[in-house]
Write a protein that binds this ligand. Structure first.
Ligand SMILES: [Zn+2]
Length: 201
């Protein structure tokens, strides 16, 4: 279950000397407050939604929302509202999302760089994940490497989900039969996307 909704943050309160309370007619007894609403998910503020306000009389205790204020009071409230800025923490969720995106971007870039290294300098034991056919995936294991060639054993098993491919990557699934590929052929398979991941212990 996702808990979400809106909450208000108190921004500022000002006790003004000129306005007269519409209820008890005391002068200078009104405290005018400005709030800003924000959307939240699990109480983490995501983005601000707009300001609202209220007045509170210290003399007669009457509280009025901005929509209930008489004209002269509303005018005072509008002035304060214009000047008051909301806090940056009401954008927290956006910052978190941005941070996660940037981090994921770096991680993926780093992974691509490693794969390129593995591709250029293959080693016995490297596992290539590859597409066998439409929605069938399997692995190849590098058994031996010489100057221009890579000798590979093909996994006996296939799986229909690329994310589950680790389940078939077991030593007993690789037969003793080994096929030789040139390093260019392997690079071509990687470039075309037939080989889509390279793992090294
Ligand atoms: Zn009053």
């Amino acid at each position: 279950m996702i808990i979400y909704g809106t909450r208000s943050a108190h921004l500022h309160s000002v006790q003004k000397t000129t306005p007269i309370c519409p209820n008890c007619e005391e002068k200078g007894s009104l405290l005018i407050s400005v709030y800003r609403k924000h959307a939240h998910i699990f109480w983490i503020p995501i983005f601000p939604l707009g300001k609202s306000g209220a007045s509170h009389c210290k003399n007669c205790k009457q509280a009025l929302r901005s929509s209930e204020m008489p004209e002269h009071l509303k005018h005072e409230y509008q002035k304060i509202k214009k000047e008051v800025k909301g806090p940056i923490w009401q954008f927290s969720g956006m910052f978190i999302a941005l941070f996660v995106l940037v981090f994921a971007g770096f991680a993926s870039q780093n992974n691509k760089k490693l794969e390129q290294e593995y591709l250029n300098q293959p080693m016995a034991g490297d596992i290539y994940e590859y597409r066998v056919a439409n929605k069938q995936f399997s692995t190849m294991k590098v058994i031996e490497v010489d100057t221009d060639s890579v000798f590979i054993a093909l996994n006996d098993f296939e799986i229909s989900k690329a994310s589950r491919i680790y389940k078939i990557d077991k030593p007993e699934n690789y037969p003793d039969v080994v096929y030789g590929f040139s390093k260019q052929e392997i690079t071509a398979m990687y470039s075309s996307g037939k080989i889509f991941d390279i793992n090294r212990e």
